[in-house]
Write a protein that binds this ligand. Structure first.
Ligand SMILES: [Zn+2]
Ligand SMILES: [Zn+2]
Length: 228
């Protein structure tokens, strides 16, 4: 049986998703299909914000985050590494802790110096790191949601560019966009008081959160119509 525990690492979560979903993902879905699923559940989460429905926001955010792992697994990207490279306990743009972009309005990216001793060990600690870099009281939940939507679009662009030309730089960009998307998932979670590790451990206590099989046995049409 596969499960994700609250105290586990970010990489453990990605491996959990791989063990449960890589078989159906590989058989049923192209990379674009995987990305569409990530996108539609992200948009459903945003609908939860607009409707002020925390349950809807929460479950869809968890599912969008899980589809992101499927996208990364397809491309053999370790999300935790991409996130730490982009956000080593600092804003990826101004290098501040907390971010001071609004105050200093930097014109270009600051130089980042990584201190590996600060690297979070668990998924929960990654969420905590993002609340330090981007304190939730510095913006509204709706603003955090708009930023998440923006990053979904930028990730799609990066995938489009990479699949078009297959250049190394485009693959690096894609990894950065993936990390930015993750920062916004945690940003929304922090603004809405959602403990991602805890809630993921609740839905993923036994294999697939819907059919409870590993590998997941949910059918193509069931997944295509699944709403939460
Ligand atoms: Zn900043
Ligand atoms: Zn399933």
């Amino acid at each position: 049986m596969a499960q994700f525990l609250k105290k586990q690492s970010f990489l453990d979560f990605q491996k959990f998703i791989e063990s449960v979903y890589s078989l159906p993902d590989d058989r049923l879905f192209s990379l674009w299909d995987l990305l569409s699923h990530q996108e539609r559940f992200t948009m459903r989460a945003l609908k939860g914000i607009r409707k002020n429905n925390k349950k809807k926001l929460e479950l869809n955010l968890l599912i969008a985050f899980s589809w992101l792992m499927s996208v990364a697994n397809r491309l053999h990207i370790i999300v935790e590494d991409a996130v730490w490279r982009r956000f080593p306990m600092q804003c990826s743009y101004c290098a501040g802790l907390p971010c001071a972009c609004k105050k200093i309005k930097p014109k270009k990216r600051a130089k980042i110096i990584r201190k590996n001793s600060l690297r979070p060990q668990t998924l929960a600690q990654f969420q905590e790191m993002f609340s330090k870099i981007y304190p939730p009281n510095s913006r509204t939940l709706s603003d955090a949601g708009v930023h998440l939507a923006e990053e979904m679009g930028e990730l799609s662009e990066a995938v489009l560019c990479f699949l078009g030309e297959h250049k190394h730089k485009q693959f690096v960009d894609l990894q950065n966009e993936l990390a930015d998307f993750v920062s916004c998932i945690f940003g929304v979670a922090n603004s809405a008081n959602i403990d991602m590790a805890q809630e993921l451990s609740k839905i993923f206590y036994k294999n697939c959160h819907v059919c409870h099989k590993a590998p997941c046995e949910c059918s193509f049409s069931f997944i295509a119509k699944f709403s939460s």
